[in-house]
Design a protein around this ligand. Structure first.
Ligand SMILES: [Zn+2]
Length: 577
């Protein structure tokens, strides 16, 4: 697929879309030819990775891009971004912006599959098309011909990753919520399910298979994955219940449920997530793994189930269930493409090359902390430095790192894993979260004993992290000597490029398309010493002022910059900060 990545580039200037008027049909300034390896290095890929892949290429006779991806040296999104720079075409990622839902063009799925192309959005004048291999001229040619015939519009080609393409193919499958409801309405053994449950609170395997409710849950899960929902809410309503999906950080109602449908659904979730079905008075946590969906491609997806009994007067069953969808196929994005402000990015790049110290990422759940950490760690030369991660859950697989999944159920806790990690000769450690005093202390010990540590902390902003750390029993001197910097972040939706927030078909009438990062950094150094002391005394406002005086901008300032640049608006900022 990427076979033309390193050859055939001389012909680029001959690239032509067979449209009516070439000048109008394709609007690309061809950049001077540069090698893909050089561009990747400019995009923070360690040069040693390119050298290694070039050596491998001589033995394996595979395209460079393919080797880089197979070895986890480069992420598909990073490669696509580099290809976009090489060809002068824009880069598009489904992990940054959604596709237009209804493009109004009848696509032949066979053509799409063969040519690996994706319609991104259609406006009155343009049609944006994503392609995985912009260097395959024959393919480009037939794609241009196809869309020219389908829509008499100017074609704007974009480079997309193979992952974006696969996600698009997945999105072609439509799951109608009415179908889920009809499965829940089928007469099923679960209409009297409680009677079928044996004494240990679990259903017999044989009985499980026959349940229509299982099929309904499978479809609900598939729909959540396809629509990239991060959470599924199943909750009681005045009559019956409802299902909501959280997408791009915002909840929306998927469907209402009759009382019977609601009860069947919460029962099947309880059964499949292996929580105790009989005890309905206490909150419970469970999980359902991807194999439940009976589809190989979902094996890396996991569903974390949280059940809380909800007060409701009319009947006894009123579980509120939230299922977090963990799609580990989520891609790591190129660090320079996250929307981080240049000041923060610059400091982060300095910190990540240190041999020891701690970089703390903070912000609420869903603010993209882990994505930033993965994207940052992907730019560190992990061939020369040993990287160990301790996570719950492991959200992204990288074959260059040793990744440890903790498991509280078998008492394999963060603290225990971290103690073991030290014997594993690490240079860089990613500790998923400092969640309690014990894990915070061990994490600090690691940063103090010659390791570079990435970690997250639950705090509102970078300054408030300081009193939080003190309250976790970390001493002031530990903070001063170990912490390199604290980064706080939020994700804010950005305006749709087609209508600039006015709402159009390209953005599914939301006005927004994709998200950007709002960031601030608190570098711990001699300039900010005064601010650090103030933060330690709990003088948050004074500390904030003092930091601003050293020229370091806060979250609000970064947000205001993004409003000035007309990327997002004040409503969105108020929502996330
Ligand atoms: Zn729009």
């Amino acid at each position: 697929m990427l076979h033309t990545t390193i050859t055939n580039t001389e012909n680029l200037h001959e690239l032509e879309f067979p449209a009516v008027d070439r000048k109008n049909s394709i609007n690309i300034e061809r950049p001077a030819y540069r090698k893909i390896g050089e561009i990747l290095i400019d995009n923070l890929v360690p040069p040693q990775y390119i050298d290694y892949a070039l050596k491998e290429q001589k033995i394996r006779k595979k395209p460079l891009g393919q080797i880089l991806i197979e070895e986890s040296l480069v992420n598909p999104e990073v490669l696509a971004q580099a290809l976009s720079e090489q060809t002068g075409m824009e880069y598009f990622s489904i992990f940054i912006s959604p596709l237009q839902e209804d493009i109004g063009i009848d696509m032949d799925p066979e053509f799409v599959r063969e040519n690996e192309c994706v319609p991104i959005r259609v406006t009155s004048e343009h049609i944006a098309i994503g392609i995985t291999d912009p260097l395959d001229l024959n393919r480009m040619d037939s794609i241009a011909r196809y869309f020219k015939q389908k829509a008499q519009k100017q074609i704007i080609p974009h480079v997309i990753s193979t992952e974006t393409f696969q996600r698009y193919m997945e999105s072609l499958i439509k799951i109608d919520e009415r179908e889920i409801l009809s499965y829940l309405s089928e007469h099923d053994i679960d209409s009297d399910m409680m009677a079928m449950i044996s004494n240990d609170g679990k259903l017999q395997q044989k009985q499980r298979k026959e349940m229509h409710a299982s099929e309904a849950l499978r479809m609900l899960f598939r729909k959540a994955i396809i629509e990239k929902a991060s959470d599924i809410h199943i909750e009681p309503a005045a009559e019956g219940g409802r299902i909501r999906f959280r997408r791009n950080g915002v909840l929306s109602i998927l469907t209402s449920l009759s009382m019977q449908q609601y009860i069947r659904l919460i029962n099947i979730v309880r059964i499949e997530s292996n929580v105790n079905v009989v005890d309905r008075h206490l909150p419970q946590d469970g999980r359902i793994d991807g194999s439940y969906l009976k589809d190989e491609k979902y094996s890396a997806v996991d569903f974390r189930v949280s059940i809380i009994p909800n007060w409701k007067s009319k009947h006894s069953l009123s579980d509120s269930i939230v299922i977090r969808v963990l799609d580990r196929r989520t891609s790591v994005l190129p660090l320079p493409k996250l929307g981080m402000n240049p000041y923060v990015l610059n400091l982060l790049n300095k910190f990540k090359n240190k041999s020891h110290g701690m970089i703390i990422f903070t912000g609420p759940t869903g603010s993209g902390k882990t994505t930033t950490i993965y994207s940052t760690m992907a730019t560190i030369n992990s061939l020369e430095r040993a990287v160990v991660t301790v996570e719950d859950p492991v959200e992204y697989r990288n074959y260059l790192w040793k990744q440890i999944q903790i498991n509280e159920r078998i008492k394999f806790s963060f603290s225990r894993a971290l103690k073991n990690v030290l014997r594993h000769d690490p240079d860089i450690i990613f500790c998923g979260e400092m969640r309690d005093e014990e894990s915070a202390k061990i994490t600090f010990d690691m940063a103090n004993t010659g390791h570079l540590v990435f970690t997250t902390l639950h705090a509102n902003d970078s300054i408030k992290s300081i009193p939080r750390l003190l309250s976790m029993g970390i001493s002031a001197s530990m903070i001063e000597s170990s912490v390199l910097g604290i980064i706080a972040q939020r994700l804010a939706r950005v305006f749709c490029p087609a209508c600039k927030g006015k709402k159009c078909s390209a953005c599914n009438y939301s006005g927004y398309s994709g998200r950007t990062m709002i960031t601030e950094i608190f570098p711990v150094n001699s300039d900010t010493h005064g601010a650090l002391k103030m933060a330690m005394r709990g003088e948050i406002i004074d500390a904030r002022k003092s930091i601003a005086d050293t020229g370091v901008a806060g979250l609000r300032h970064d947000a205001e910059e993004k409003i000035k640049q007309n990327i997002t608006n004040i409503e969105e900022i108020e929502r996330v900060i």
